[in-house]
Design a protein around this ligand. Structure first.
Ligand code: SAM
Length: 281
């Protein structure tokens, strides 16, 4: 395996530091530095950017990001066993890697980052969707990040890019496609990881749009989409019951038939419905 830096191979790092993968932390490590560099390249030009990485573990992706020229990487890792190997990487790349030993769900890394920011992560699968939803629903748009390049279970990646009429189309597709350009840029088989997970994985690259594709109040849109897809097989006149006064009139005003189901309604119509509801709220 070709090394991209003067540091030891990842298998050796894991052995030296006794970093036996823990299932509870969603630890499936990438050990091929050519592959981690390839993932880092999917994030675009990093040379002028700060990168936020969640869950660096033994640092395979971190090394890829630094080797690809990231101006600075801020890496947030919950497992204190990973601090020693990450400190070795920080020493090899002076002033370019800061490591925080914390739960990514519990801290706000914003004050440690300088724009432009790209977020790149091989996420722990148990918190991946929750982190994504947080990044997609900030208090203000545009968000502090310019792009997200994230590894998910392939099934979650398919939900993100799904179109109306497909079984996987739902809240994640609408939240993602409303204000970002989201594309699956790589697929990875279980053998790419150690230990191999049971599922296939995929990398999704999201670019933040300067403004939403269609105007809508974020809270209203999030609320009706969550309610509508909660009972996705029901007609909207039933699944959105109680969401607003004069529901059927507003559905019709938005160009939606009250007998349609959530999964048949495109993003533009969801936004039109959010506007019709907000206008009388
Ligand atoms: N980035 C490494 C790689 O690609 O080989 C490791 C990826 S592994 C799928 C997920 C990493 O996230 C693990 O190192 C795990 O310890 C870390 N992690 C799990 N939960 C976390 C949390 N709440 N906050 C920060 N890191 C977490």
């Amino acid at each position: 395996m070709a090394l991209i830096d003067g540091l030891p191979p990842l298998r050796e790092v894991i052995e030296t530091h006794g970093l036996v993968a823990k299932k509870s932390l969603g630890q499936n490590f990438l050990l091929d530095l050519n592959l981690t560099s390839k993932i880092a390249r999917q994030a675009g030009d990093l040379t002028q950017c700060d990168v936020l990485e969640v869950g660096p573990g033994p640092g395979g992706l971190t090394r890829g990001l630094l080797a690809e020229g990231a101006r600075r990487v801020l890496a947030v890792e919950k497992d204190s066993r990973a601090m020693a190997p990450l400190a070795e990487i920080a020493a090899a790349y002076p002033d370019r890697l800061e490591v925080v030993n914390a739960d990514a769900l519990a801290i706000d890394p914003l004050e440690r980052l300088t724009a432009p920011v790209r977020i790149v992560a091989n996420l722990p699968y148990n918190i991946g969707t929750e982190l994504l939803v947080r990044w997609l629903t900030p208090a203000q748009w545009p968000p502090y990040w310019a792009s997200l390049t994230l590894m998910f279970q392939r099934e979650v990646a398919q939900r993100i890019v799904a179109q109306p009429g497909s079984k996987t189309y739902g809240r994640l597709a609408i939240l993602s496609q409303w204000r970002t350009d989201a594309r699956i840029v790589m697929e990875l088989p279980p053998e790419a990881f150690s230990p191999p997970p049971k599922i296939h994985s995929a990398v999704v690259h999201f670019t933040a749009l300067p403004a939403p594709r269609f105007e809508a109040d974020a809270k209203t849109l999030e609320r009706i989409v969550a309610q509508g897809f909660n009972q996705r097989r029901k007609m909207l006149r039933a699944s959105l019951k109680g969401a607003t006064l004069d529901l059927e009139d507003k559905l019709i005003a938005a160009g939606i038939k009250p007998t349609q189901r959530a999964e048949e309604v495109g993003l533009e119509s969801w936004c039109a419905l959010a506007r019709a509801i907000k206008a009388t709220a």
